[in-house]
Design a protein around this ligand. Structure first.
Ligand code: BYC
Length: 328
């Protein structure tokens, strides 16, 4: 349904007609008509390449995103919170599996994707390169990072590539629970003792700038949006998604009596748009290119898991049974 076929370590042999203009016209007409593109359908090389890039980065974000939250499972403040966090982290890793399977349908093997991640060649979401210093950081991640992810993923789930859309629909159902548990944890802290309030406010202050980068650079700086929107891989621009996020979630923060660390953040009633201070895009570029506070630590954990899990994968793989064609 999402993919799931083991393709093996070889890079796919691309068809000779990957850029045939007549086929491109038919392909674009199908997209225009709202049809889903499936793995064995003809697609231009650029579409395949963009989808692999985006789905792969998304999959990496899920498994790296499990790490900051994972470090708090043993330190959750109650059994109820621990159980909920445990289930959430397990879901996130499962989302990674669904997304790797969807990316595999485009012809890049999971081994190649993981190698590109641990060698620093592939990107993953900027937000997971920051530390989760206190329990309140976990509450804020569950609430607002998951909220931002839902806005982005609901939009992407209406796109043109069947396996990615189907994976995202399922992911969004699960993310809705994550958001509820994050919101509940934030509410508990915001309505708790003065030091709990202080702790959740400090976490909000720390997470707001990375969150304001989550949807990617402003539209005029975004290199891929135009192409991706034309091919309905992305259904909304970075700024559009950010506006939707601000519209829904800023009021939910304010109603708890909490503040956000941006004196310019306000909705302009004339334009109907939120105004805000642009985050530090130089910091964004540094972080997504490997030089954030936790990049090295995050990749070291993944590298360790890859190396120490190799014997399990080798024991499980039956080379003679590997599928040549993805099961989409
Ligand atoms: N972080 O042309 P642009 C989760 C890169 S996990 C890092 O606007 P595009 C969760 C971009 O890749 C959910 N890099 O890009 C998990 C490009 O670089 P390259 C994560 C970023 O693709 C566990 C360059 O900047 N969600 O929620 O048109 C626990 C120029 O950008 C970021 C997804 O992955 C970023 N934030 O639009 C809890 C969603 N933003 O590749 C929670 C899928 C941009 O040219 N991805 N870059 O070297 C997307 O929807 C789109 O890729 C984006 C960016 C909207 C993020």
């Amino acid at each position: 349904m999402y993919g799931g076929g083991y393709i093996g370590p070889d890079e796919p042999k691309l068809q000779d007609d990957q850029d045939d203009p007549a086929k491109l016209a038919i392909f674009e007409a199908r997209i225009e008509a709202g049809e889903k593109i499936e793995p064995n359908d003809w697609m231009p090389a650029g579409y395949r390449k963009q989808l692999i890039r985006m789905i792969e980065q998304h999959a990496h974000s899920e498994i790296i995103g499990a790490l900051p939250e994972g470090t708090w499972i043993t330190r959750a403040p109650s059994l109820k919170r621990k159980l909920a966090l445990l289930a959430k982290v397990q879901d996130e890793v499962g989302h990674g599996q669904l997304l790797y399977a969807a990316a595999e349908t485009l012809g890049k093997s999971r081994e190649a994707m993981i190698n590109d991640l641990i060698n620093g060649k592939s990107k993953y979401s900027n937000v997971f390169n920051y530390p989760a210093e206190t329990w309140a950081d976990i509450a804020v991640i569950g609430f607002l990072v998951d909220a931002a992810a839902i806005v982005n993923q609901i939009s992407n789930s209406k796109g043109s590539y069947g396996p990615y859309c189907r994976a995202l629909e399922r992911i969004c159902y699960e993310e809705a629970f994550h958001l509820k548990q994050g919101h509940d944890a934030v509410v508990a802290l915001a309505t708790g003792t003065p030091s709990q309030r202080e702790m959740v406010q400090a976490a909000l202050n720390r997470w707001w700038p990375p969150l304001m980068m989550f949807f990617g650079p402003p539209d005029k700086m975004s290199s891929h949006t135009e192409k991706l929107m034309k091919w309905k891989v992305k259904m909304a621009s970075n700024e559009h998604m950010k506006q939707e996020f601000l519209d829904t979630y800023v009021p939910k923060v304010f109603e708890l009596g909490l503040t956000l660390p941006d004196p310019n953040l306000k909705k302009n009633n004339e334009t109907g748009k939120w105004e805000y201070t642009e985050p530090d895009w130089d910091e964004f570029m540094r972080v997504i290119n490997g030089d954030g506070p936790c990049n090295k630590e995050r990749l070291a954990v993944r590298r360790w898991a890859e190396e120490n899990g190799r014997w399990v994968r080798e024991a499980l793989i039956k080379k003679d049974e590997k599928h040549a064609i993805p099961l989409a």
